[in-house]
Design a protein around this ligand. Structure first.
Ligand code: AMP
Ligand code: MG
Length: 431
């Protein structure tokens, strides 16, 4: 059967991205247990409910002393200053008395600074005269060096003041972030739900990974590379059975996928061959926004809505599918998680070899960027594209840490040109 294809214009990458983002929305929110918030995206700003630390405390094991005792009789090796030890406290205890002139309190890291004292001298810089370190009351401690007034004291509120916002909505929670949530009393944390993403590979040539391909067959690698990329983007991939190249089977698979999923990704069958059914089926079942994007690899990028669910149809060639995911799907999955930063950093780099170009399309070349170390031009970035840019090859993408952006238009790039590199090795929002 000869097909008729929706005739939509070729659109630019930024326009395509804007259309996808316009039709994807942040998920609802849920509460998860504190430890489960790791890697999740905060739905609310988190402010501190207390001062952290709630009191001035010592950063060292040693003695809490009054600086004025030292100022009055600056100690040296030859004439040490000797103070009377009035007690000992560890973290968790509060010393009820006051450190008076001529006195010192033995104190352990984390214990509150006692009344009267304003300086800590660490234990290594003191000599205790007496037999019983656990019961030093009444013994003497000698100092031979002048401390700095206020040294080794961690002030109250150093980490945070009560009411201060420590974590912001739209921020992904890191391990130190979990610690801050703990310090501020959050046993549960409000986060965005992770979108459930149905992944469907299409192609009658596809066989399961567990099988050795027969004549004309290939293993379905896209379902797995795309599921992995979905996980990396913070969403939940659900690999659906792959679909043969038939209109009816595709309609059934998309109807199933549009239930209990928040986004559908297909691969293959997105161009205009006799066995490519994605764009006519999406148009028939819902709304089709574009089916050709001015980029290489992968012009056949399709986006639409099926049964109310956004659907992105990637090309089947593995590298084209992965690059399409990176450029046009990943930002949408991030937005759905409530993440504020949607773009990875771009680094300017010097091209180490010329790039030929005749086509109009924007190229995303698989490439390696590195910073020059030592010598002249130290610190400058250089970028080298992979020799084989075939859209069928995953290996070249695996060895790349960036996508070198060659602008639209037929102009080649000369060796030494300054080019933009999209950093696959850096998260969105990093600088
Ligand atoms: P298509 O976009 O369907 O024309 O497919 C383009 C190329 O990608 C063909 O060589 C397919 O065999 C290959 N391909 C399609 N789907 C997959 C898949 N799931 N895994 C690996 N290769 C695929
Ligand atoms: Mg195909």
């Amino acid at each position: 059967m000869t097909q008729t294809f929706p005739s939509l214009p070729l659109i630019g990458v930024e326009d395509a991205r804007a259309v996808v983002l316009e039709h994807t929305h942040p998920m609802s929110t849920e509460h998860v247990a504190l430890i489960e918030s790791l890697g999740r995206v905060l739905a609310k700003d988190v402010a501190s409910d207390i001062d952290i630390s709630p009191f001035d405390n010592t950063a060292m094991d040693g003695f809490a002393v009054r600086f004025e005792d030292f100022a009055a009789a600056p100690p040296s090796e030859n004439s040490p200053l000797t103070l009377s030890i009035i007690g000992i406290i560890g973290a968790g205890a509060v010393y009820e008395g006051t450190v008076q002139k001529g006195q010192a309190l033995r104190i352990m890291t984390g214990a509150p600074l006692p009344e009267g004292a304003d300086t800590i001298v660490k234990i290594e810089d003191t000599t205790v005269h007496g037999e019983s370190p656990e019961h030093p009351e009444g013994q003497q401690v000698a100092f031979t060096h002048m401390p700095k007034q206020g040294q080794h004291i961690r002030p109250k509120g150093e980490e945070a003041r009560k009411g201060e916002v420590l974590l912001r909505a739209g921020e992904r929670v890191s391990a130190p972030g979990v610690g801050l949530l703990a310090s501020t009393g959050n046993t549960e944390v409000a986060v965005y739900r992770r979108p459930r993403v149905a992944i469907i590979s299409t192609g009658s040539e596809l066989v399961d990974v567990s099988r050795v391909p027969g004549p004309g067959q290939i293993r379905n690698s896209n379902s797995y590379s795309l599921a992995a990329a979905t996980l990396e983007a913070g969403a939940i991939p659900i690999i659906m059975p792959s679909v043969e190249d038939s209109r009816d089977t595709l309609v059934k698979a998309l109807s199933t996928a549009a239930v209990e999923h928040d986004f559908i990704i297909t691969s293959g069958g997105a161009a205009q061959g006799d066995y490519d059914f994605i764009t006519p089926v999406v148009e028939e079942m819902g709304e089709l926004f574009f089916n050709k994007v001015n980029m290489k690899p992968g012009k056949a990028q399709t986006f639409g809505i099926v049964n109310g669910i956004p659907l992105f149809g990637l090309p089947g060639n593995p590298a084209a599918a992965s690059v399409g995911f990176e450029i046009l799907i990943r930002p949408a999955l991030k937005k759905m998680q409530g993440i504020a930063a949607l773009s990875r950093p771009i680094t300017k780099a010097v091209l180490t070899r010329a790039v030929k170009k005749r086509e109009e399309r924007r190229f995303y070349l698989r490439a390696r960027i590195a910073q020059n170390e030592g010598g002249s031009g130290s610190g400058a970035y250089y970028v080298t594209p992979e020799t084989n840019q075939s859209s069928a090859l995953l290996g070249a993408l695996k060895s790349s840490n960036c996508l070198l952006i060659v602008p639209e238009g037929p102009e080649p790039l000369a060796e030494g040109a300054l080019v933009d590199c999209l950093r696959l090795d850096m998260e969105e929002g990093t600088v």
